[in-house]
Design a binder for this molecule. Structure first.
Ligand SMILES: Nc1ncnc2c1ncn2[C@@H]1O[C@H](COP(=O)(O)OP(=O)(O)OP(=O)(O)O)[C@@H](O)[C@H]1O
Length: 267
């Protein structure tokens, strides 16, 4: 069965100063599936989400989302494309001076012509889907960390996005809240046929819900496959990542000048 591609990354290179974050990577994110993007800290996972969102542009190569080349798109096309994307960031802060209801209503007020009754119904539906309809009137300061993450998720899906990107959604969550979020991501993905991209350090949680996994290391995709393919891989870089070993082919140090020379003040 052929898989429809939603995000097509081709020969992408991207630099920060003169450091190559991505060196000619090619990867595909299948439509309607959950893709986990994994790799060591600093490898460029958040950067990839920003490239997909069109917030930053590749130095070479392309990122095509639902057929639209993000770096060649007009402002209007980019605006329309972003409207179909939901993002849930680790720091996906809710507006602290607005209730949960108002936070979820905001994108609907800003991006649609719906009247108040329609917006109310949609907000209640979204809050129901994350289990927070009863918390609609609460202010963000009154929520637990897990509830805040779920409220932010309700806001991220308010406009019925085709693509939802999750950046470390489980960070700082206790095991129960994490379990709730894992189930929620899975349920939302399947119920609404959303394409989901999940960036997380929680290897087991990610592998438990991902249909497809991309493992990044040193500016390249070192493995792209199913969770089982990742688990069974003998590639030492994959094994090091899955087992969380500090020593191995994946370096611990951010690139730096020669240590001895630097201590001796030679450069
Ligand atoms: N705005 C920026 N300006 C300069 N360098 C940046 C910027 N944002 C990120 N970087 C650098 O780009 C690299 C990739 O960052 P990114 O946040 O994408 O990594 P990550 O894989 O998401 O890391 P983590 O898992 O720790 O969140 C890092 O070395 C970071 O220092």
């Amino acid at each position: 069965m052929s898989v429809e591609v939603y995000v097509d990354v081709k020969n992408l290179s991207f630099y920060r100063a003169d450091r190559a974050i991505y060196k000619d990577i090619t990867l595909q994110i299948p439509k309607g599936k959950i893709t986990a993007v994994m790799g060591p800290s600093g490898v460029g996972k958040t950067t990839l989400l920003r490239l997909i969102g069109g917030q930053i542009a590749p130095h070479s190569g392309s990122v095509t989302v639902a057929g639209l080349d993000m770096s060649r798109a007009s402002r209007k096309e980019l605006f329309d494309a972003r409207r179909k994307m939901g993002m849930l960031f680790q720091s996906g802060a809710l507006f602290s001076d607005m209730s949960v209801f108002e936070n979820v209503a905001l994108p609907l007020q800003e991006h649609t012509e719906f009247d108040d009754v329609m917006i109310r119904d949609i907000v209640l539906m979204k809050l129901q889907s994350v289990g927070l309809r009863g918390a609609a009137h609460l202010m963000p300061a009154e929520l637990s960390g897990g509830m805040a993450r779920r409220a932010a998720l309700a806001r991220a899906i308010a406009l019925d996005p085709d693509l939802v990107m999750y950046d470390e959604p489980f960070a700082g969550q206790d095991p129960i809240s994490k379990g709730v979020l894992v189930e929620l991501i899975k349920r939302l993905n399947h119920a609404a046929n959303i394409t989901s991209v999940l960036v997380s350090h929680d290897v087991e949680d990610s592998l438990s819900i991902a249909d497809h996994v991309c493992l990044l290391s040193d500016g390249r995709v070192i493995l792209s496959g199913t969770a089982d393919e990742i688990r069974q891989s003998k590639d030492p870089r994959v094994v090091q990542f899955l087992q969380g070993h500090a020593d191995g082919p994946v370096g611990f140090h951010y690139p730096a000048q020669d240590y001895d020379k630097q201590l001796l003040g030679m450069n």
